[in-house]
Design a protein. Structure first.
Lengths: 483, 1187
């Protein structure tokens, strides 16, 4: 018994488990289910695996930083026309706290949207004239009009929706996904972030690396921000004067030296390092290939609009996101700043919509044409909403809107999402939710669910607690929008 | 979640069929369906296949296992299910079947109880239900083999991270122990981890979340006779045991929805524990430190480690080779590698005390403190920006330098603690002691528009509680912000009692985006500067008062404004008597400004003029007509004149301010009109003339104010008239337009500023408490007003204002070389108290509590004040059970990579138990006894044989003890980010060892800050600092912007410093390889390293050896030399055929000052080849590790 035990403990166990992911069992599972689930089963010994069959293999999240006005884009309130410049009724506001930017304002004059809304598609979802392209695909998307959060200022709110906590230090959504699902492509990171240029006034709200940080998860799970200037991945290019042959020779010698060192010291980490250098070498080829758009046909480029070939534009980033999806990047998040319209909304909002409308539509069409929309989740939204009342001067043609956490709109499309749906209702003032509220943690739970993860079970023990993205309060998957 | 799973009891036979290849297509589909819906089913399949394959290939193993599976050998597990003997299993007669069952048994034996436990729980009816044998009581005996142990856990995690190479080991809740069979069961060591993990969240200290009124974290609660949860000595009567063994979903504990399961060994442990009397112990870290005694007198680190090794049947490793050891020691104590000379000196030193002497030498170097401070600054979350929203610059570096100095001065740790937590409360607190309190000002702060001040003050205090608790006590208090802690005895009341210590600050909730958000102190370079600044401050106060008295009155009647000519300002009507006033000429600029009050009339209103009616109205005039104000410069009326007017409507009867500025150009577009201080585009009013050919000047004449108005007696009123012979700037006109209110405000402000300055005139450095220091801001705001007044008035006021400006300039000069630093300051009129906040919400106040120490820890000293000073002194009381343990553990972690308690931030019940409890207590006790002598603690550790062991991993130990928790070998792990960069600077001879000062900004790729930064932030744009003074400094001096910290450091796991970090990640990623190969900073290091060896060594082999010695402490073996030579030859061949590329390697991409001239290197291709060899060796695993 002891002999057998020793044998298994010290010799076999490693091979036994080592084979699980790639060995015969994995192959067996592959033959039945395809490689993804097979891989999942391999990791299934940990919690690092799917908890149920995923609808989405990957996700693309378009984040509108600064908080787009739901009133002017998604949540049509025609009755407000009659309320122009009238005060928001006290019972609607109901003592809710305001930001200190408008809490001292003498009155809260209602600013109806000046934009026309029309019903679109089979489903008849109403969309603002500012999003003519997005409007064409309402049958493919589910709009949630009843999103809400507690945070009323940008930094805490965006930290909250991205990490599940208003206070810095927690892992971001993408980091959790990378931790939970691992990578599909060993030459590219599993979580990639793309930051975009914007067209509205220049002083846009900041972003923070914590928004794609790993928090207390191992730092390999943090998002890799692809850059629009210089190397797309930091330090990717060899120095001037070093060509691929030189680098190859250098690495060959290096790995021989490291092997010799391993022979002397016996630390498995040395082997891991050799592998990392090889992967770095492969990334030096795979990343430029990713960002080389020369193979994209003209009709595809045209679909994304004229900005698509300019690195750093939202259109360019959307196309890149599709290319990454093709290459197995699990999660890409495109940030677009400049949506914080405290004033001059009618000057800036059309510019912002002009940046994102066509490319986000094109991205969904592009995925659809390739049959990838079935297993790619697409999300579009910001960190909170904006007020029905005007911040600052209200005129017939212009107004500003303050932060409004009590309701806002996001949309989702693709894998597992029931297109053509509208979820949740707000009151006539677009102030309070009257039906089917969706907290931001519910949104995150739903995103995880679609990717095959039970949000209550994707946890990490940190400071004695099993911490999860959705926090300690109960979160619910938004079943109504699932197909 | 797998609701469909339970409806597929056929899974077992399907898997079997799959292995046997007997499935029909429809069965195949069914199986695929189940698999796609259940992770557990997938696991089952994979395991079954693997085992099958393994058994196929291991006939010996197979027979051994089937042997073990004879009915009498069946090992039953504690889940009410057993592994069935094959004969009795329905249909179990094929060879594969047998193998499969055998394998299942093997899994069970090995402790992979998921098979049993999880399948049984999820679908009890399907998992090996063939013949569910009831387990006899005795079957619960401890299995002879170990439970799922740390190694297994590690293996699993390794599996999960295949290809990503994390060095982060998964958490284990056990110290490495091979077997429990012959060991006494200890509550702290064995039982509490199980209960804490699985039970306390519902049956623990949190009374609000407690279920069924059952409390399992105390003896009284567990043995409450009414519940009979635990009946000591009688497991059969104990509900606890019954419940964990139950198979009934409604009864079983932990409940299925918790997704927690107990392993059989855990169940056995619990059973044995109950049997043995269910003894409880207080948590190990909360009981007093007990210094272990040795038979031979003084105990030692080695004795404790070696006795433990002996128990495990292990022996320590031999001593590390001296050249390896010396590099390890240098890196650990100074963060820099030794020079080849230092290595040689040590290796050849035969003095038996050579090592101890070297230790003392290194402990006395400045680099010691620089290296130590780096660890501490992670814990203190020190950075150079505020961290939230704008993330503006914050001036805090004097605190960073204080920390470095404290380590270098070997400040005792108790003093180090007291000064940082409460330096400001010490009697006669020195400047240094106040700087130290910056520890609690290092938290992130905001000034986001719209943010609610009170909410953020709560967050700051919460952060301070969390940080203080973590750093000194290893306690995670965060949970208790909203509810009593689920696992540790810390209650919500304890939390807010701690919170109260930090709730009496004068700090505002909004940092104002200033670098010196109050309270701050200013640090003067010399005592003389400090005195001079105090004197100047005093004098400014006096001058302000004086100037205030001389300040012109608001009606301006008495203000005589004279510069080069006697221009005038007054409020009157009629004619100005001075002949020369307003005597303007067409080629010279002038400005006229005044306030008017128009009568109600439709007729033209003359406002101001200086014309000669006898001479075609030659001169200039200003009048109101047709709802506008017009200015005419007249050579001869009507044909030769320039006329402009305001485009804005000025209604009859209205009042306002008007100004005209003429630039002397003779063109009508040289006349600019202002209404109420803003430019209103003038309009051309003369259709045939926009240039004046002649002149409008009038030698003799008087300025006439007002004049006759048709049809009304009512006069026009003109006041605050300025006639100036120069062009006022737009800014000046804006000023004069609101001069009365500005003067009024200025008067109030000056009085207030004078008062403040007089009060702040203590000899101590100025502490700005509470309120934002408005004086400076206002001084800035009204600066141009004062300048205007100073340059436009004469007499005593002007003198006074000039004197004031000079004093201020001098003070500013001193201040510009005297940094500020943020400090703590206590409100003087209130006691530290706090309200409990329901759910932690800032506006949900409940009971008020005074500051107090957590109730579950000893009070230690009744006389301690209940403020931060008392808190600090309590923490460093010699009998405090946590502080010395946590600190000794953290220092051990710095040397060994992993602490004796791996969770160095968590010494609570959810943290890991110490691997060597006695050793930890020994170090902690010695530390306190030494008077908290920090250097002595480092000395004690590095002088031990344990530390000096070779880090070569002995046969089998990489598996058995991957993390070196048993200490059977020396420490080996990857260097931290800063050390990697500093090492490259050091070996290449570039390192600049300047001490301290403002953070520097060495090279980083473009766009890192800009991509994320708020456009108004003063750290939105990255400006690189150039020159060795900035680019080649140690990394501790690198500017730390929290929302985008140095990418090179970040990629090597340097934290962003938003929160307190007690141990860093240590990952191994391809991005790190890219940094080392391609970051211009490391390419530069390679280039200069190549130059160095070219200069210092004479031939190729010597150069290689020098490189190797610099980077890893010892020259190449013959074997290694062949590899390097081969690489070198390849590089040289390539570069000889491509000299252009070779030349590029001489050039520094980020700063050409670091390029190397071609004429200094001999052969360029050869130099390029050396540079690439240097690049290769900088990337060596051995160079990147401490060995």
């Amino acid at each position: 018994m002891n002999t057998l035990n020793d044998y298994l403990t010290f010799e076999t166990r490693r091979q036994f488990f080592g084979k699980t992911a790639t060995g015969i069992g994995g192959a067996a599972l592959s033959s039945l289910l395809g490689p993804d689930l097979a891989r999942a089963a391999g990791g299934g010994l940990n919690q690092q695996a799917f908890h149920h069959a995923p609808k989405a293999k990957r996700a693309i999240y378009m984040f509108m930083s600064g908080a787009p006005s739901q009133i002017d884009l998604w949540d049509h309130k025609p009755k407000m026309k009659e309320w122009f410049d009238k005060d928001l009724p006290e019972e609607i506001r109901d003592g809710q706290r305001l930001t200190t930017m408008t809490s001292k304002q003498a009155r809260f004059p209602i600013a109806p949207s000046i934009y026309e809304f029309q019903k679109h598609g089979q489903c008849g979802t109403e969309v603002s004239e500012l999003l003519p392209h997005t409007a064409k695909m309402v049958d493919d998307i589910a709009v949630i009009r009843s999103m809400w959060t507690e945070a009323i200022n940008h930094d805490p709110a965006i930290t909250y929706i991205q990490t599940g906590n208003q206070i810095p230090g927690h892992p971001s959504l993408g980091a959790w996904l990378s931790y939970g699902l691992g990578s599909e492509n060993e030459n590219l990171p599993s979580f990639v972030v793309l930051n975009s240029k914007w067209s509205a006034k220049r002083d846009a709200q900041a972003l923070y690396q914590r928004l794609w940080g790993a928090g207390f998860l191992p730092s390999k799970h943090q998002g890799v921000a692809l850059r629009s200037q210089g190397d797309p991945v930091l330090y990717l290019s060899d120095p001037k004067g070093v060509n691929r042959d030189v680098r190859r020779s250098m690495l060959d010698g290096l790995s021989q030296l490291n092997e010799k060192h391993y022979d002397q010291v016996g630390d498995p980490e040395t082997h891991a390092r050799i592998a990392q250098y090889e992967m770095a070498f492969r990334m030096q080829a795979s990343v430029p290939d990713l960002t080389d758009l020369s193979s994209e046909p003209k009709h595809i480029l045209d679909m994304y609009g004229p900005d698509v070939t300019t690195p750093g534009t939202f259109a360019y980033n959307c196309l890149l996101a599709r290319r990454m999806a093709e290459r197995g990047v699990r999660f890409s998040q495109i940030f677009h700043r400049g949506w914080d319209q405290h004033g001059n909304l009618t000057g800036d909002l059309p510019l912002q919509c002009g940046d994102v409308d066509q490319p986000s539509w094109a991205l969904v069409q592009d995925l659809k044409m390739r049959g990838m929309l079935d297993d790619t989740l697409v999300v579009w939204g910001g960190e909170f909403g904006r007020t029905i009342y005007s911040q600052g001067r209200l005129t017939e043609t212009n107004y500003g809107r303050d932060h409004h956490p009590r309701c806002f709109s996001v949309w989702m499309a693709g894998a597992g999402v029931k297109g053509g749906t509208v979820h949740g209702t707000t009151d006539d003032f677009c102030y309070n939710i009257v039906d089917k509220p969706v907290h931001i943690r519910d949104l995150n739970a739903t995103i995880l669910h679609l990717l095959g993860i039970n949000h209550e079970r994707l946890t990490l023990k940190h400071q004695g607690l099993d911490v999860r993205l959705t926090g300690v309060e109960k979160a619910h998957v938004v079943k109504d929008i699932l197909s | 979640m797998n609701s469909s799973f339970e409806s597929y009891p056929e899974l077992e036979s399907l898997i079997h069929g799959f292995i046997e290849e007997t499935l029909s297509p429809s069965q195949h589909e069914t199986l695929a369906d189940i698999l796609s819906n259940s992770a557990k089913a997938r696991e089952a399949l994979v395991q079954a296949c693997e085992l099958n394959a393994m058994l196929e290939s291991e006939p010996g193993l197979q027979s051994a296992m089937t042997q073990d599976l004879l009915p009498e050998n069946v090992v039953a597990l504690g889940e009410g299910k057993s592994v069935a003997p094959f004969e009795s299993h329905p249909g179990g007669n094929s060879l594969s079947r047998l193998k499969w069952l055998a394998a299942a048994a093997a899994i069970a034996i090995l402790g992979f109880t998921w098979w049993q436990v999880n399948l049984a729980k999820e679908a009890p009816e399907m998992a090996f239900t063939g013949n569910g044998v009831e387990i006899p009581e005795e079957a619960i005996a401890l299995p002879e083999v170990e439970e799922v142990d740390p190694e297994t856990q590690y293996e699993r995690a390794v599996l999960a991270s295949l290809g990503s190479g994390s060095q982060q080991r998964p958490p284990t809740n056990f110290s490495v122990e091979p077997s429990l069979a012959d060991e006494e069961i200890s509550y702290n060591r064995h039982i509490r981890p199980i209960l804490s993990d699985n039970c306390f969240s519902c049956h623990g200290p949190d009374e609000h979340g407690r279920k069924a009124d059952l409390r399992l974290d105390t003896y009284e609660g567990a043995t409450n006779p009414e519940l009979a949860t635990v009946v000591p000595g009688k497991p059969n009567e104990s509900e606890l045991i019954a419940r964990i063994l139950s198979t009934d979903e409604d009864d079983i504990m932990p409940p299925p929805e918790s997704h927690k399961t107990l392993t059989s060994a855990q169940i056995n442990l619990l059973t044995r524990w109950v049997e043995g009397g269910a003894e409880y112990e207080e948590h190990w870290s909360f009981i007093p430190v007990q210094k272990p005694e040795s038979d031979s007198g003084e105990m030692s680190v080695d004795e404790l480690v070696e006795s433990d090794l002996e128990r495990q049947g292990l022996v320590p490793s031999p001593k590390a080779k001296p050249e390896i050891l010396v590099r390890r020691l240098f890196l650990d104590l100074t963060g820099l590698p030794p020079s080849p000379q230092e290595i040689e000196a040590f290796v050849n030193n035969e003095d038996p005390d050579a090592y101890a002497k070297l230790v003392d030498d290194l402990l006395s170097r400045t680099t010691f403190g620089e290296h130590r401070a780096r660890y501490w600054l992670d814990a203190a979350r020190y950075a150079d920006t505020h961290g939230l929203h704008l993330d503006n610059y914050r001036e805090m570096w004097p605190y960073r330098d204080w920390v470095i100095n404290a380590f270098n001065d070997n400040m005792p740790f108790d003093q180090f603690t007291i000064e940082q937590i409460a330096g400001d409360l010490l009697p006669e607190a020195t400047t240094e002691q106040q700087i130290a309190t910056g520890f609690n000002r290092c938290n992130v702060t905001t000034s986001e528009g719209g943010a609610i001040e009170e909410e953020f003050l709560v967050r700051y205090a919460v952060d301070r509680v969390a940080t203080t608790s973590t750093v000194w006590m290893g306690l995670t208090t965060g949970c208790a912000q909203c509810h009593d802690h689920k696992f540790d005895p810390i209650t919500m009341k304890d939390f807010y009692s701690l919170f109260a210590f930090f709730n009496n600050t004068t700090q505002p909730g909004m940092d104002g985006n200033r670098k010196d958000s109050p309270p701050v102190i200013r640090i003067y370079p010399t005592h003389d500067d400090e005195e001079r600044a105090a004197t100047l401050t005093k004098q400014i106060a006096v001058k302000l008062k004086e100037a205030n008295q001389l300040l012109p009155t608001t009606d301006l009647a008495g203000l005589s404004i004279a510069k080069t000519r006697p221009d005038l300002a007054f409020a009157a009507s009629g004619a100005l008597e001075k002949n020369e006033a307003g005597r303007f000429q067409k080629s010279e600029p002038f400005t006229i400004s005044f306030r008017y009050d128009l009568p109600q009339t439709e007729a033209r209103v003359p406002l101001l003029s200086r014309v000669d009616p006898q001479n075609s109205n030659r001169g200039w005039r200003i009048y109101w007509e047709d709802k506008s104000i017009f200015v005419e410069l007249i050579e001869s009326h009507p044909n030769k004149r320039l006329k402009t007017g305001l485009t804005r409507r000025i209604a009859a009867g209205s009042a306002g301010h008007f100004a005209v500025a003429y630039n002397g150009s003779s063109n009508s577009d040289g006349i600019v009109l202002f209404s109420n201080g803003t430019v209103i585009s003038s309009r051309f009013q003369n259709s045939w003339l926009d240039t004046l050919e002649g002149d409008f000047s009038l030698e003799d004449g008087t300025v006439t104010i007002g004049g006759e108005i048709e049809g009304t007696e009512e006069p026009v009123k003109i006041s605050e008239l300025f006639l100036a012979d120069r062009l006022y700037s737009d800014r000046e006109i804006a000023l004069v337009a609101k001069l009365p209110e500005l003067l009024k405000a200025e008067r109030v402000e000056m009085a207030a500023a004078a008062k403040r300055l007089a009060e702040a005139n203590a000899p101590k450095p100025e502490i700005k408490k509470g309120e934002a220091p408005k004086a400076d801001k206002e001084a800035e705001k009204n600066k141009d007003l004062r300048e205007f007044l100073a340059s436009n008035s004469e007499g005593p006021y002007q003198d006074s204002i000039h004197a004031l400006a000079n004093l201020r300039t001098e003070l500013q000069q001193i201040e510009s070389i005297s940094p500020t630093t943020m400090v703590m300051a206590e409100k003087e009129d209130t006691m530290p108290t706090a309200h409990l906040l329901l759910r932690g919400e800032y506006d949900q106040k409940a009971d008020e509590v005074p500051a107090a120490f957590p109730a579950f820890l000893p009070v230690l000293d009744e006389t301690l004040p209940k403020n931060r000073l008392g808190l600090a002194k309590w923490l460093v009381h010699p009998d405090h059970p946590l502080t010395s343990r946590v600190t000794a553990n953290r220092i051990w972690q710095e040397m060994f990579g992993t602490g004796l308690v791996k969770t160095s931030e968590d010494f609570g019940t959810q943290g890991e138990n110490p691997s060597h409890p006695e050793l930890l207590d020994f170090l902690a006790a010695s530390f306190v006894e030494s008077g908290w002598d920090v250097k002595a603690l480092y000395r004690q550790i590095v002088l031990s044989n344990t530390y000096r062991q070779s880090s070569v991993i002995p046969e089998g130990m990489a598996k058995r003890d991957p993390e070196n928790r048993l200490l059977a070998r020396g420490p080996r792990f990857r260097l931290d980010a800063e050390v990697i960069r500093d090492q490259a600077l050091h070996v290449s001879g570039l390192l600049n060892d300047t001490f301290g000062g403002e953070g520097v900004r060495p090279y980083q790729p473009a766009g890192i800050w800009e991509t994320v930064g708020y456009s108004n932030s003063n750290t939105q744009t990255f400006y690189q600092d150039y020159g060795p003074q900035a680019e080649s400094r140690r990394s501790i001096y690198t500017f730390w912007k929290r929302t985008a910290h140095s990418p090179t450091l970040a990629i090597f796991d340097a934290p962003n410093r938003e929160i307190c970090i007690m141990r860093r990640e240590r990952t191994n990623t391809p991005l790190q390889a890219l940094v080392m190969m391609n970051d211009p900073q490391f390419v530069r290091a390679a280039r200069h390293l190549a130059k160095r060896v070219l200069d210092e060594a004479k031939d190729r082999d010597e150069r290689f050896d020098l490189l190797a010695t610099l980077l890893r402490g010892h020259p190449f073996s013959e074997d290694e030399r062949r590899v390097v030579t081969n690489s070198f030859d390849q590089f040289r061949n390539i570069y000889e055929s491509d000299e252009a590329s070779a030349a590029l390697l001489l050039v520094d991409e980020s700063n050409s000052a670091f390029s190397i001239p071609a004429d200094e290197v001999g052969s360029v291709p050869e130099f390029a080849a050396y540079t690439m060899v240097a690049n290769q060796l900088l990337n060596l695993d051995e160079s990147l590790n401490k060995n």
